[in-house]
Design a protein around this ligand. Structure first.
Ligand SMILES: C[S@@+](CC[C@H](N)C(=O)[O-])C[C@H]1O[C@@H](n2cnc3c(N)ncnc32)[C@H](O)[C@@H]1O
Length: 242
């Protein structure tokens, strides 16, 4: 199996092979996923790093935060028999219907999961592979406040006069990262691995040195070698407890 080549072919031929799903994508203004291969380069790099070509077809895989479910749908299409997926209803808001329509066209059963800082979450079982790609599970927006016209708001993004959005977040600190890593480990098989492709990855910034040191000690931190900004292409891999 040449994962890169085969997945790229899948994306390139997606509209021809899955016209109904493609129409369902197009109904969503918010989430219509890109088939642009550049977007998927980092995913491919990281999955190769996790030795995807060695995974047996009964590997249990969870895509945590699947949105339009491109990856879990592909895994099922190529014969993986134990593929699960989650998405956050809170985050989807009024776009949930669009997502549900796509998942039904794909025949994907997607569970709701919204992870909060230092709040225990449960999964149905242990997995060999957990993927959280282009993920914002490391955002702590709980204590983020906006002051506008003398009033306090909890909004975490604003649209400017040019209709461009500006999003604000506080990245998980050491204690929150530790909690997240331990929580995920509970749901990894002893040889299991979880890929957190945190987007954006804030920890290269000097202000987050303590967090980066912690991640480097407890996980495998890496980035793809595409020459693009580090925050766009960094990830960490959590390993199961043997
Ligand atoms: C940008 S999408 C990524 C979609 C896809 N994984 C990819 O690589 O293109 C982010 C995903 O993370 C999920 N998500 C966002 N915040 C979350 C949270 N606090 N807990 C769990 N999932 C969350 C969203 O529901 C969504 O599925």
């Amino acid at each position: 199996m040449n994962f890169k080549k085969e997945f790229e072919t899948h994306l390139t031929n997606f509209s021809d092979n899955y016209p109904e799903i493609k129409r369902a994508f197009e109904k969503s203004k918010m989430h219509n996923p890109t088939m642009n291969l550049t977007y998927w380069h980092s995913h491919i790099y990281m999955l190769n790093k996790m030795e995807i070509e060695e995974w047996s077809k009964d590997t249990s895989i969870l895509d945590l935060g699947c949105q339009m479910a491109i990856l879990p749908h592909y895994f099922k299409e190529i014969g993986f028999t134990d593929v699960s997926a989650t998405n956050s209803k809170n985050e989807a808001g009024n776009t949930l219907e669009d997502l549900e329509h796509v998942w039904s066209c794909m025949n994907m059963n997607v569970e709701h999961l919204h992870i909060l800082p230092e709040e225990e979450f449960t999964l149905d079982k242990k997995y060999d592979i957990i993927l959280a790609t282009q993920s914002n599970v490391h955002w702590n927006s709980k204590k983020l406040l906006v002051i506008h016209d003398g009033k306090l708001y909890h909004d975490y993004y604003v649209m400017d006069k040019n209709n461009k959005s500006h999003t604000f977040f506080v990245p998980y600190n050491v204690s929150e990262l530790k909690f997240l890593i331990e929580n995920i480990k509970k749901y990894l098989t002893p040889t299991g691995k979880a890929l957190i492709y945190a987007h954006p990855f804030p920890y290269w910034d000097d202000r987050f040195k303590e967090e980066l040191d912690f991640l480097q000690e407890h996980t495998e931190v890496g980035y793809t070698d595409s020459g693009a900004p580090l925050f766009q292409h960094s990830y960490f891999i959590i390993k199961g407890d043997k």
